[in-house]
Every structure is written in C-alpha cells, then in structure tokens.
Design a protein around this ligand. Structure first.
Ligand SMILES: [Zn+2]
Length: 117
C-alpha cells in the first residue's frame, strides 16, 4: 500500500470512528487534519497532535513541537489565509496560483526553521 493510500485509509477509519475532517491541513505534511470525538485534533499522517492557536483574524495551525519566531508566525498566518481561500475557491486557475504561493511559503518556513535549529 502506498503512503497516500495508507493515509486515505487512516482518514476513512477516523471518519468511521466519529472524527471529522477539518478544512485546515497539517503544517508539515499538508494532509487534512482530523478532529476526534474527544475534541483532540490530530494529523493522521504524522500521527501527532496538533494545537490550534486563535489569533485576531485567522485561526492558524501550529504543530505541537514547533516554536515560533515572529517571522515564522507571520508566514503561518499567511499560509492559513491562503488555505482558507483555497477551501472556498472554485476556480482551478486560482487554485493553482494559491497552491504555488503555498508551496513557496512552506519552503520559506522550512528555511526559517532550519536556520533556527
Ligand atoms: Zn502531518
């Protein structure tokens, strides 16, 4: 079974057990997050818990293990904003543009994290 199939199966199992799929994706692997019946939010692909941090205009997703600097924080906000728009857009061209923007933001985020480590 490929990793993608395994993730899809895990997602299906989670849904069957009463979990709901969220519009937000994992900050690391970009797989959709699931909210369990007990309210816990997890990434089925990384197998770890993810915490939501409320900010003034957007709800951003922060991995439990991640520490945030201001820049990292700003990047994550931007990613969350684009992701929200991606969820509602019906235009494939817009979707592609947003996906590209997301991909470069993730690259940047990755660089910031590596520099700090
Ligand atoms: Zn993940």
């Amino acid at each position: 079974m490929s990793k993608r199939d395994a993730d899809a199966k895990k997602g299906a199992d989670l849904l069957r057990s009463g979990a709901t799929m969220l519009p937000q994706a994992c900050p690391d692997c970009k797989v959709p997050l699931f909210k369990l019946s007990d309210g816990e939010i997890i990434c089925p692909s990384c197998n770890r818990r993810v915490i939501f941090v409320k900010s003034t205009e957007v709800e951003k997703v922060v991995a439990e293990s991640a520490t945030t600097s201001q820049f990292e924080d700003d990047l994550q906000k931007k990613i969350a904003q684009i992701r929200e728009r991606m969820v509602s857009t019906k235009n494939p061209e817009d979707l592609e543009k947003m996906a590209k923007a997301l991909s470069s933001l993730f690259d940047l985020l990755e660089k910031v994290r590596r520099r700090k480590a």
